[in-house]
Design a protein around this ligand. Structure first.
Ligand code: HAM
Length: 422
């Protein structure tokens, strides 16, 4: 019998359908922010990854690289960003679109030491946005990842953010860090002794107790960031506060890819073990130029689908239970039912199914019913809302709610249609 190679998995039914479902939900959600799907190759010239991900990074060293029959060095993609940037430059998208917002999904390949949540072939859903330097984009992108994961039913996530500054300030910091760590080389673990030479920043997120003890008194990047990087980061954290996205500033957070600048972040799920990042990303303002395009700021993230699925299973989210089509309409009182029937006909005319509450149950028991029946969306039509001409649209997974006017149903219809049909 021939078994599958180490570190790869067969994705059988019904699991395969969950991958599809997650991608569809992600696509629908990201499209609310203006992202469009694109597809890029699963293999590229090795040089692309060496120049982006970095030759000396863990990911750079974990690539599946081979010579094709024409003698060219080819690598299976270890991640999605490099290929997307290559496509952006190759198709001169910068000349056509000021902001290019795309998402992608598919397998990535890394020769890792396999363990729970760490595979050699794994799936990512990622987004990239080009052409925007505002810190508000960083905020929006973190919000998008956070709200998507919450909306999927992941209740236990934590956002961690850090800034690794720009080329200039990071260079100064690394010099200082090396001076400090150089004094402790004999106590650092063997991996960190190697990292000291080729990637000292990675020592910051070492989990070994002795390395952690050394790091306690190590210089912090925040003391070296230039004023414009600091201002950028303050706006990012301030924006997250304004959106009430709980986050931790983790000065030890670093990434295993060379291209990042300024904001980096991870979203951690407590259901995962040592490989606890379900999503990770950040800003990479120099990469487009590095790969032959004009200077173009960019930001993005990728979600690990296996880790997301594992966390959802632990959270008790039943992906096999199909969400009913459409919206549950919660009503309070006779007048509200009358209004709901009219609103329902507008929504139905957009092709969205509606279930109206015709009983005199209280709001909380209607919400429980919607939850039991697995509705993702509830439209609350109370008398106060009728007076204002605005209704409350509540996402049952994330708990987020927003006011919506009748005229806005059309705007939401595409999103709701996609969501309700999954
Ligand atoms: P990354 O942190 O290398 O970033 O990977 C993103 C996510 O992919 C991780 O948080 C994790 O959930 C999942 N992942 C990574 N490696 C494995 C593995 N061996 N097995 C299972 N899951 C894994 C990137 O790949 C960047 N391209 C993200 C990005 C996009 N940054 C900017 N734009």
């Amino acid at each position: 019998m021939i078994n599958a190679p180490k570190g790869v998995e067969d994705i059988l039914f019904p699991r395969a359908s969950y991958y599809e479902e997650i991608e569809k939900k992600a696509g629908n959600f990201f499209s609310l922010y203006g992202y469009k799907k694109i597809m890029v190759p699963t293999f590229e010239k090795t040089e692309l990854f060496l120049r982006s991900v970095g030759q000396e990074t863990d990911v750079g060293k974990q690539m599946y690289t081979f010579k094709d029959k024409g003698g060219r060095s080819i690598s299976l993609r270890p991640e999605g960003t490099a290929g997307i940037v290559r496509a952006y430059v190759e198709h001169k998208i910068y000349a056509k679109e000021k902001n290019w917002k795309v998402y992608y999904a598919g397998p990535m390949f890394r020769y890792e030491r396999p363990q729970a949540g760490r595979l050699r072939e794994f799936y990512q859903i990622g987004v990239e946005c080009f052409g925007e330097e505002s810190p508000w984009l960083d905020v929006e992108i973190i919000e998008m990842a956070h709200d998507f994961l919450k909306g999927m039913g992941l209740d236990n996530i934590q956002v961690q953010v850090n800034s690794i500054g720009c080329k200039k300030c990071r260079y100064k910091y690394i010099e200082e860090l090396k001076v400090y760590l150089g004094k402790y080389l004999d106590v650092l673990c063997s991996t960190c002794r190697r990292r000291f030479r080729y990637n000292p920043l990675r020592i910051l997120d070492c989990k070994s107790a002795t390395c952690r003890a050394v790091l306690e008194k190590a210089p912090r990047i925040q003391d070296f960031t230039c004023s414009s990087c600091q201002e950028h980061f303050d706006k990012v954290t301030g924006g997250l506060c304004r959106l009430k996205i709980a986050h931790t500033i983790n000065p030890y957070l670093v990434r295993g890819l060379d291209y990042y600048t300024r904001t980096i972040f991870e979203i951690i799920s407590s259901y995962l073990g040592s490989q606890d990042a379900v999503c990770a990303g950040g800003r990479y303002d120099n990469l487009v130029e590095q790969l032959g395009g004009p200077p173009t700021p960019a930001t993005g993230f990728a979600i690990g689908v296996e880790r997301l699925l594992f966390s959802l299973e632990k959270a008790g989210v039943d992906l096999s239970k199909p969400a009913p089509q459409g919206v549950f309409m919660a009503t309070i009182g006779e007048k509200s039912v009358e209004e709901a029937i009219q609103v329902a006909s507008i929504i139905r005319s957009q092709g969205i199914a509606v279930k109206i509450n015709l009983t005199n149950k209280g709001l909380s028991s209607q919400l429980k019913q919607a939850n039991r029946e697995n509705f993702s969306w509830v439209l609350i039509i109370g008398e106060g809302e009728i007076r204002k001409g605005k209704f409350i649209l509540k996402n049952m997974h994330s708990g987020m709610q927003q006011e919506i006017e009748t005229e806005e149903f059309e705007v939401f219809s595409n999103f709701l249609k996609g969501d309700a049909s999954s």
